[in-house]
Design a protein around this ligand. Sequence first.
Ligand SMILES: Cc1cc2nc3c(=O)[nH]c(=O)nc-3n(C[C@H](O)[C@H](O)[C@H](O)COP(=O)(O)OP(=O)(O)OC[C@H]3O[C@@H](n4cnc5c(N)ncnc54)[C@H](O)[C@@H]3O)c2cc1C
Length: 384
Amino acid sequence: MSEKFDVIVVGGGLVGAALALALDRQGRSVALVESRPEALGALEQGWDARIYAVSPGNRAFLQQLGAWPDASRLGVIRQMDVRGDQGGRIAFAAADAGAEALAWIAENRWLLAALWRTLQQDSNVTLLAGVAPQQLQHSAGEASLTLADGRVLRARLLVGADGANSWVRAQSAIASSIKPYGHSGVVANFACEKPHGDIARQWFLGDGILAWLPLPGNRISMVWSTSQPEPLLALDHDALAQIVASTGDYALGGLQVLSPAVAFPLRLITPDSVIAERVALVGDAAHTVHPLAGQGVNLGFQDAAGLAAAMAGVQDCGEWLTLRRYERTRKASVRTMQLGCDALFQLFHAKQTPGVAWLRNTGLNLTNHLPLLKKQLARHALGF
Ligand SMILES: Cc1cc2nc3c(=O)[nH]c(=O)nc-3n(C[C@H](O)[C@H](O)[C@H](O)COP(=O)(O)OP(=O)(O)OC[C@H]3O[C@@H](n4cnc5c(N)ncnc54)[C@H](O)[C@@H]3O)c2cc1C
């Protein structure tokens, strides 16, 4: 006995949950399969060190879905202040592009709780949490998924939203190039002595990139991209707060740890394709980028919106032409973001090449004095 849907989404992280809701809003029948057990209450406890700078365009997408969380735990970036390793500096503001904010800062769990609450309370999506998929078969006509508990689901389209180590990608025999950066992202949250002024601060260091993002009140979230995460993870709370404050020149006075540091490996993942017969990939399953621009999840939300848009009004939503349209519309933005973040990373890690340190710092300073280019940067951060 099998259950039939228009679409099966595998992976109920931010991107899969948003896509399932967007397709539900189109009147599609959707099954969302998430291997972790659903625990909505737990999602709202404590501060989550994994945070995102959500662009205004993606905020509007989540608002339309009725899944934008309440403001009590949201930060806002009105200004960026980026420092090079030899005195280079660029600062630009939302006001440069005539906007209210460059991005909203939200914790992974806080966003996820809002999405899952809407899925549970205001959608017809069939939620299958706490069960792993076991076998995927796909042909020109349909995709079929066998779950570990023996249930079989069939659909016109199966979407892999199951993260960077995507099981769906592997089962669909989609090869990918994986380039480790040799760096990890170390994340933690802090209380700060001085107000952050809604400014996101970033330092390009000799061997790493340190970012402080404004949370509500006198709190910040740190993402430190470094080739040596272990010494940071081994520090006690006071020592960690001290080194993070001093590396940021005490710009916000003293710091206190709110959530302990965790690290995640940074890799550039580029699959050969994001579609196969009756299969599409979205989010980290389809691409990863260096988090120096905080754009990982923004690309993923745009995949969800793009796939839903490609399917709008199409009767057979998994037909090849529709999948090709999705692939084409997303290719340029994903490639631009991957190449842009990669180039910036390489530029700030080319320690041995003479002149590169001068070039990158002079570049920052020059750009800082060119209002039109700054406006362009602000517009890019806004997702225009
Ligand atoms: C510790 C950590 C910190 C991070 N911090 C930042 C940061 O500060 N800034 C930033 O921009 N990015 C950060 N990232 C990257 C960011 O989390 C991803 O870009 C983003 O989560 C991608 O969303 P996604 O929905 O595509 O994938 P994920 O969030 O990975 O979601 C995938 C979902 O699929 C489920 N799943 C996996 N396999 C299966 C399966 N076989 N069957 C069913 N379900 C499955 C998982 O349980 C999960 O819920 C961080 C990543 C980690 C691991």
